[in-house]
Ligand binder design. Structure first.
Ligand code: PLP
Length: 467
């Protein structure tokens, strides 16, 4: 399987190269050159398998000969060994035909662990074999950073630098998960800016080829194809446990960067009978507005109680654009130039129509988010995080009668956002026992201004001993 850039002007890469590279050199994102399909019998054959065994079968067509079969299965087994639930990504029922897909049983209590733990193991195996080391730099609105740090802490071949917005835009639990690991290869950078600015600095670094080559920069933000791939797995396992491929299922996905929902789109391309794929945004609703109006127009980010979705530049959306523009990299590159220059672009009628055939969308205000937490708690005793609540609210708005099950992705454990949850439903969710001392551990972080040179300097200094 070869990987091509969404902007059509970067070399084709193998899975291993695409994984280690992250962003393509033409500024685009890597996608497989074709979508492999699983037959109905192959999908039916996933029923009853361990999560790790299903994951092997679903991801295998994408990885080519990067890993041998036994090696790949070992990597997957190691990745999910630390999860706090035997099913890894279990579903629970919250209504007659409504389900939650619990993606928060990993070490940092958010769905990003599902991909990041796997990436950590894959990087380690690939780099060891190549005798190389890399510098991982990430930008986070909270959950990606802690998940990356958990996945890479203590590994020999990797330094990990995570930029996050300074101040109170990340929750205290999120910040402490990034600042309390003691391993020397972990560097938490509090940037004087918002998430989009952190992400912009990250893109700047990737576009600075001299710097990129000097520190052997690697990216694990949701632009990394391997992350999207890891997330495809739970669409299959949850759908199959509710009767797929003999029965269709729908998904509602709380989304910001479009990574998680794009994985659902990939599952559909691979043959999973997904009925509706619903984008759920908070008040930072650029994706919902785009689907409504055809115009992708940046507005400022308004901080919300679902901070991991406080995003106005939705990186993975580019992958969907690539497909709805018939995989013409030039067309995508032009839209992205417009976005860079004017802060907006308008979709062609054809592209908009095709997007609307694949995705439905809705948004959720702050009050509606709190109300959704309170209502679900009252009706079922289930306590959910604010991101999940955004999904539940949008799923309810979009409900149409019929017997297609609706699976809403539960993207974080409520204890990651205890203030918002307590304010909404009166109950303060506690951290699982394995993290109970998080608030006593000493913190270690570096404050830095929102300036490319200043950030690069820190990274160069801290990795100098390896060159
Ligand atoms: C990252 C994150 C999201 C958004 O996921 P995307 O892949 O960026 O769309 C939603 N909820 C939580 C808890 C997250 O950490």
């Amino acid at each position: 399987m070869k990987y091509v850039s969404t902007r059509g002007a970067a070399p084709e890469l193998s899975f291993e190269e695409a994984m280690l590279t992250g962003l393509a050199r033409d500024g685009g994102l890597y996608v497989p050159e074709t979508w492999p399909e699983l037959s109905k019998a192959e999908i039916a054959g996933l029923a009853g398998l361990r999560y790790e065994d299903a994951a092997f079968r679903i991801m295998k067509p994408f990885i080519g000969d990067t890993f041998g079969d036994d090696e790949f299965q070992d990597i997957i087994d190691r990745a999910y060994a630390g999860f706090g639930h035997e099913a890894k990504c279990p579903i629970t029922q919250i209504g007659e035909n409504d389900f939650l897909l619990e993606l928060f049983h990993g070490p940092t209590l958010a769905f990003k662990d599902v991909a990041m733990q796997l990436i950590g193991q894959m990087f380690e195996a690939a780099l060891k074999r190549r005798g190389e080391r890399v510098t991982i730099v990430g930008a986070t609105s909270g959950d990606t950073g802690s998940a990356a740090i958990e996945a890479f802490r203590g590994l020999d071949a990797v330094d990990v630098f995570i930029m996050f917005p300074d101040g109170n835009r990340v929750s205290e639990v999120q910040r402490r998960q990034m600042t309390t690991p003691v391993e020397e290869n972990v560097h938490a950078l509090a940037v004087d800016g918002d998430f989009d600015e952190c992400q912009a600095r990250l893109k700047d670094m990737f576009n600075d080829f001299a710097f990129r080559d000097t520190v052997k920069l690697a990216g694990v933000n949701s632009i990394n194809w391997a992350r999207v791939l890891a997330q495809v797995v739970y669409y299959f396992t949850s759908a199959v446990s509710l009767g797929a491929p003999h029965r269709k299922v729908s998904f509602t996905v709380p989304t910001g960067n479009f990574g998680d929902i794009f994985a659902g789109y990939v599952a559909r391309r691979m043959g999973l009978p997904v009925d509706r794929l619903i984008i759920a945004t908070n008040q930072n609703n650029i994706l919902h507005r785009t689907l409504e109006t055809g115009s992708y127009t940046k507005a400022g980010v308004t901080p919300s109680i679902s901070p991991s979705m406080d995003i106005q530049v939705s990186s993975n959306f580019e992958r969907a654009l690539f497909d709805v523009y018939d995989r013409e990299g030039d067309a995508v590159a032009q839209l992205m130039d417009e976005l860079q220059g004017q802060g907006a672009f308008t979709l062609s009628q054809g592209a908009l129509q095709r997007l609307r055939m694949e995705f439905d969308s809705g948004d959720c205000s702050e009050d509606e988010t709190s109300a959704a937490i309170a209502t679900l708690y009252r009706m079922t005793g289930e306590v959910v995080c604010p991101h999940t609540a955004v999904g539940i609210k949008v799923a309810a708005d979009k409900r149409i009668s019929g017997r297609v099950p609706m699976i809403t992705l539960a993207t974080a454990h409520p204890a990651k956002f205890p203030d918002a949850v307590e304010a909404a439903c009166g109950l303060r969710p506690g951290l699982p026992a394995r993290m109970a001392d998080l608030f006593e551990r000493p913190e270690r972080l570096t404050h830095v201004v929102n300036d490319l040179v200043a950030i690069k300097d820190i990274i160069l200094q801290r990795t100098a001993h390896e060159r």
